[in-house]
Ligand binder design. Structure first.
Ligand code: CO
Ligand code: CO
Length: 323
């Protein structure tokens, strides 16, 4: 969308929308740079408090994905005047507030408008070491790829809407969505420079879409082992019946850059296109540090899984999915 506006020329801008990164980075004086992002969406769960929590976890995630430390947030909300009661609105704000507190982020204010559809989220500002920004473009052939949360929130979200999911499955996805990417990011930030090459969070474009952006910006091809990719329990069985519109448009948009074996499990493959809400981090790290990264994630309680590697570029193929 932003490609329609003129390209800004300002050498204080270290990262902006042109590289499809998670957040912008602005060097306003010496010392840490600013990292800024905004994200809001319509409800994905019925419980207003949980919706607020997920919206906050999702909004701060882009700062974590750049390697930054979120500091302040401004709420952005749209609520229908007649159909949403004041208690629900309070619960949404409270859920978001509690999650920001957990992240150590101060809520400074916000803006609410009347809207037919409920919308809620935040603009978030953080600090980042300008010499250690994890943009999409840093992955190198040979890097190990990690994913820090299982996939399937889009499928489960659709299944929840149509009452096609067990309470256990809904719980697992909700727990994951409201988990901050803080522990994962801080574990990665604890490594010496040169270990983390590229990082993004997996959200609306799904693993393949965000992987495609990383591959394109880094001039590599990502090779992903389908059976290595962590999924929520039971989600493969739900896949066919609960595809969201987002999944279909992701498939339409990104399939042509994907190569997979003819005998691949299509149901499972479709999950790599599933749009995620508050998904995990997709990280490319130096191969020789992969074991240490896995260990640090385990110690931090992050369910990170090594899902493949970055390889030399292969023409227009951005992602190879092996069985
Ligand atoms: Co992002
Ligand atoms: Co975002």
């Amino acid at each position: 969308m932003l490609s329609a506006i003129p390209t800004p020329v300002d050498d204080r801008v270290l990262v902006d929308f042109r590289t499809s990164d998670d957040a912008g980075v602005y060097r306003w004086e010496s010392g840490p740079a600013l990292v800024q992002t905004v994200d809001f969406f319509t409800p994905i769960v019925d419980d207003p408090y949980v919706y607020g929590q997920i919206a906050a976890a999702n909004a701060v995630s882009d700062v974590y994905a750049m390697g930054g430390r979120p500091l302040t947030a401004l709420a952005i909300a749209g609520f229908p005047k007649d159909t949403l009661d004041a208690a629900s609105i309070r619960a949404i704000f409270l859920g978001g507030f509690d999650k920001l507190q957990e992240a150590g982020v101060s809520l400074l204010g916000g803006h609410t408008v009347q809207d037919q559809e409920i919308k809620f989220g935040y603009a978030v500002t953080g600090a980042i070491d300008p010499s250690r920004v994890w943009s999409n473009g840093g992955a190198k052939a040979g890097d190990a790829l990690f994913l820090t949360k299982p996939l399937g929130t889009g499928i489960v979200g659709t299944a929840i809407k149509f009452d096609r999911v067990t309470a256990g499955m809904a719980d697992e996805a909700v727990r994951s969505m409201r988990t901050l990417n803080r522990a994962a990011s801080e574990a990665l930030q604890s490594f010496e420079p040169g270990v983390v090459h590229a990082c993004t969070d997996v959200t609306g474009f799904g693993l393949i879409g965000h992987g495609t952006e990383m591959a394109a910006a880094s001039h590599v091809t990502l090779v992903i082992g389908l059976t290595q990719v962590p999924l929520f329990h039971g989600v493969v069985a739900l896949a066919r019946q609960n595809q969201s519109g987002g999944m279909l448009s992701n498939q339409e948009h990104y399939s042509r850059g994907v190569e997979s074996a003819a005998a691949i499990d299509e149901e499972r493959l479709s999950l790599l296109f599933d749009p995620q809400t508050s998904g995990g981090l997709l990280v490319a790290v130096a191969a020789e540090a992969a074991d240490r990264v896995a260990e640090a994630m385990a110690i931090a309680g992050v369910p990170a899984v090594r899902i493949g590697e970055a390889a030399a570029p292969r023409g227009d193929v951005r992602v190879v999915v092996r069985p």
